[in-house]
Design a protein around this ligand. Structure first.
Ligand code: ADP
Ligand code: MG
Length: 240
């Protein structure tokens, strides 16, 4: 699988007159597991959606690999995105849900079967291929949503609070699954969360956002040891 880095240069984005991203600069390395961490309303989803190509066109540059994707249609960016509400097609089997994106891309059917089997193996759900979504638990549905996203071999994987609809114990389990999957695929991944423990236990590095501005970037350890400002210290609970 290809690995693309992501470079964000001086990105501003407004909804009408309200500026929501206020000059974001960021470099994400190929293969890195990166988190956007911050309180509700800090601009995490807006930034992620700007990378994916949803929402208003931002000012500035967003490079995936060496290609500036600003203004490019979402489906031309080769990004995979998983949302909090990971809705599977209710009338399609697990296999058909995972195959959907491959069929849309006109992948030959022999290859579709191989790719779908591999994607279901990856999330340990090959045995549930013929089930319907309503016959699966929440965690299983979320894993199918992941399989459906990675099966088309995106350059980057974008996850917007993908675990927040799951109950607490499942969330911890799925966190580990996600990390395993990311390491196995080596896929450049951005994981949006408001939960610092979720970020700490998964990511290589994270950006802490507040008010549409990145407050600090670093590994979890760096941020805890050396918060650069009071917001980061307070948010991470290290202020004393
Ligand atoms: P987060 O994901 O960190 O909770 P968001 O990126 O969803 O934050 O939102 C950042 C800010 O942008 C918030 O103030 C929110 O109200 C505003 N916002 C988000 N989406 C829209 C929209 N479609 N129209 C207007 N304002 C929006
Ligand atoms: Mg959000």
């Amino acid at each position: 699988m290809k690995k693309a880095g992501i470079t964000i240069e001086n990105v501003h984005l407004a909804f009408g007159d309200t500026e929501v991203l206020k000059g974001v600069n960021l470099d994400i390395q190929p293969g890195e597991f990166f988190a956007f961490l911050g309180p509700s309303g800090s601009g995490k989803s807006t930034l992620l959606r700007a990378i994916a190509g949803f929402g208003p066109t931002p000012k500035g540059r967003i490079l995936i690999g060496d290609r500036d994707v600003v203004g490019l249609d979402p489906w031309k960016r080769n990004v995979g995105m998983v949302f909090q509400s990971y809705a599977l097609w209710p009338h399609m089997s697990v296999r058909d849900n995972v195959a959907f994106g491959l069929k849309e891309r006109k992948v030959p059917s022999a290859q579709i079967k191989t790719k779908v089997d591999a994607a279901l193996e990856l999330v340990d759900l090959a045995h549930l291929a013929d089930r319907m979504p309503n016959q699966l638990s929440g965690g299983q549905q979320q894993r199918i949503a992941l399989a459906r996203t990675v099966v088309v071999e995106p350059d980057v994987l974008l996850l917007d609070e993908p675990l927040s609809n799951l109950d607490a114990s499942l969330r911890v389990h799925m966190r580990r699954e996600l990390l395993r999957l990311q390491r196995q695929l080596g896929l450049t991944t951005i994981f949006v969360t408001h939960d610092q423990e979720e970020a700490n236990t998964t990511c290589d590095r994270m950006a802490v956002l507040d008010g549409g501005v990145i407050q600090q970037v670093g590994s979890p350890l760096e941020l805890y040891d050396r918060p650069e400002n009071l917001f980061v210290a307070n948010f991470l609970g290290t202020a004393n």
